[in-house]
Design a protein around this ligand. Sequence first.
Ligand code: 0PR
Length: 392
Amino acid sequence: MREEGSDPQAVLEELARIIEKDVKRFTLRALGSMCSKPLPISKIAYLMAIESNLGDPGVWGGVARLEREVIEGLGTLLSNPRAVGAIVSGGTEANILALWAARNYTKKREVIVPASCHVSFYKAADLLGLKVVEAPLKRDYTIDVDFVRRNITKETAAVVGIAGTTALGAVDPIEELSELALEKGIYLHVDAAFGGMVLPFLKELGYKVPEFDFKLDGVCSITVDPHKMGLAPIPAGGILFRDDEFVRPIAFETPYLAGGGVRSFTITGTRPGGPIAAVWVLLRVLGRRGYREAVRECMRLTEMLVRGVEGEELELLMRPVMNVVGVRAKRLSVREFSMRMKRLGWLLSEFPTHLRVVLMPHHTEELVKELLRDLKRAALRDHVELRATLKA
Ligand code: 0PR
């Protein structure tokens, strides 16, 4: 920090120069991100509520009401309008809250997760002192339920199922997990951080979609992130609990607040109301039809990519269930394929077995065509071939 402040106009211009390139790269070449470009109206809403703090909801009663309505909206989408929950900093915090609730509710210290789970579950287990049992995946990249059944012990607090895995968008058989959880009396958490705002709309569009939400009696909590497929600005993760009985074991009273004592069950104290206002506006402005149309468009681009990938050089890891596609080059290591795509200017996510492409609402048909052309180029066996096509 300098002694004297600088000219505001000049500082803002410098800021614009610094972040401009990021925004452009994100919009044009980042197909590895699970976050969408927030709709402009959500940015207005965010700014309107930027001063609010849900750490003191008695003072910010209006925004607290918005959060209740957003939770009711997301709960209704996931078959439980009476769900109890919060808009939090992201899927990571939501998953930590779920395992925290599961540990305190059951007073047990083991959790079974699929090998496909997001790193946030390992963070949660580390923080909470839980032992992680990793269930292998079947050939379709979903959790091996028989393994889960065989590995439930008297110390098992929870099992986790994923509805839209990070690497491939695969959906675990939540219905089977739900039956198992009810039978064995364990907590079932569903991580639908990405899929929670895709699957209900895919169903409305006529896709065959497995049940994954509170319709299944064994599901105790669900992560669903508006800052992924909800078109909302960051940070807007979501945690929903079936019932208040799962929240009570992680709730703390803060009696001294200016707005009056409240119960808090999030990790953070001071919490921004801006993202909540943004999500509230989006749910109202878009409605189910708006989200359904966004999902329809994402799936149209996904199909385009899938059709284009068939051929000599490239292959899909699996037929995508949602707008997440795993691609690999038949004759190259993932590392080499990834480096070549980077050199061609693409920002994709690199997993040990494949590159991940996520088709989001802000992407276009032209972008997918360009991507396909470059995927094919990059997948050529050697650099000589690659250089020749680049020159052409
Ligand atoms: N659960 C699932 C299934 C996820 O895929 C993710 C993150 C989380 C939970 C955690 O969510 P937060 O990151 O909100 O805490 N999924 C993305 C991923 O790891 C996050 C991401 C988003 C990464 C944008 C890169 C990026 O540009 O791929």
